[in-house]
Design a protein around this ligand. Structure first.
Ligand code: FES
Length: 146
């Protein structure tokens, strides 16, 4: 005589977990470009005469890489030895500042867009437009905005 009573032990209690979605804050940075009064025929001396905003030295820019000058909103690259290029450091996707340059690629940290360090073109979205080129002038070992 065995009394086998099988009773269900499982007692499913349902709970509803509510997750609050965090609101994403958007930061809009406006970069105002100063007007550039270019005058011809100035003496071309290297030194402390500010013909443009000095960005840095060529030795700051690694070959194949680059450096981001946040205050100026410019990224300077050296895609090949002795060739320096400059682009807007403001990502064309949503305006973040690009974050790094390596292996010939400028990367925006916000949504991981990739741009060519050679011509600023888009290598990987979500950005659909390349970084606009900026003019720079290399005087000796110093790089200035032209
Ligand atoms: S803002 Fe640069 S990838 Fe979105």
């Amino acid at each position: 005589m065995t009394s086998a009573s099988s009773q269900p032990v499982a007692n499913p209690a349902r709970r509803t977990v509510m997750a609050a979605a965090g609101a994403a804050g958007l930061t809009v940075a406006l970069a105002a470009c100063g007007s550039d009064g270019g005058s011809d025929g100035g003496s071309d001396t290297v030194g402390s005469g500010a013909a443009g905003s000095a960005l840095g030295k060529t030795s700051d820019i690694p070959e194949g890489g680059g450096k981001i000058f946040k205050d100026e909103g410019v990224v300077v690259t050296q895609p090949s030895a002795g060739t320096y290029k400059a682009f807007s450091a403001k990502c064309t996707h949503q305006g973040c500042a690009v974050g790094s340059v390596s292996d010939g690629v400028i990367v925006c940290p916000c949504h991981n867009s990739h741009f060519s360090a050679e011509d600023g073109s888009v290598k990987q979205g979500p950005a659909t437009q390349g970084l606009p080129a900026k003019k720079i002038k290399v005087s000796g070992d110093s790089i200035e905005l032209a």
